[in-house]
Design a protein around this ligand. Structure first.
Ligand code: SF4
Length: 160
């Protein structure tokens, strides 16, 4: 099984912003589409989504540290967590890259030069042979976000 670890993906959202935000890693339902997919069978459901733990009516990722909003598997976290607030969705014409407009940092910065530069960085990242090899070897980690496309902004398409 290919692993993500050979990759370094520069993050768009500063970590100090993420640590103060109450959005990521907490879900409305145990079967939320926003749960990341992963290849660690012992921690995922039948569809490769990370399972959650109920806490005060919310469904927390099983790896989320509520006390300090950190991730207990940060160095080895799922590919979708590394990529977020950007994401990939499977389409008949290829893999489409989007940004999730629910992210407060994206809302504040999606018109900036830094955002456009990051999109170009991502576009280059998804043309690298080792990135494409990883995705070909882990294609089930890419899922279909069509049901929530109204929350996304399309960026670009590439093929595997
Ligand atoms: S694996 Fe880590 S970063 Fe990903 S949703 Fe869970 S707690 Fe958050």
């Amino acid at each position: 099984m290919a692993e993500l670890s050979p990759f370094f993906l520069k993050q768009f959202v500063p970590s100090q912003v993420c640590l103060k935000c109450e959005g990521c890693c907490r879900f409305q339902a145990a079967d939320s589409i926003w749960r990341p997919k992963w290849d660690k069978k012992e921690f995922t459901d039948d569809n490769d989504y990370v399972t959650t733990i109920v806490d005060c009516g919310r469904h927390l990722c099983r790896f989320f540290n509520k006390s300090d909003s950190t991730c207990r598997v940060y160095a080895d976290r799922p590919f979708e967590c590394v990529l977020y607030p950007f994401l990939l969705s499977r389409h008949v014409e290829g893999i489409k890259a989007y940004v999730h407009l629910a992210c407060p940092y994206v809302q504040d910065h999606h018109s900036s030069a830094a955002f456009n530069e990051y999109v170009e960085y991502l576009r280059a990242f998804f043309t690298q042979p080792r990135t494409l090899d990883f995705l070909r070897g882990n294609s089930r980690l890419i899922h279909d976000y069509a049901p929530v496309e109204n929350e996304l902004r399309y960026l670009f398409t590439f093929v595997l």
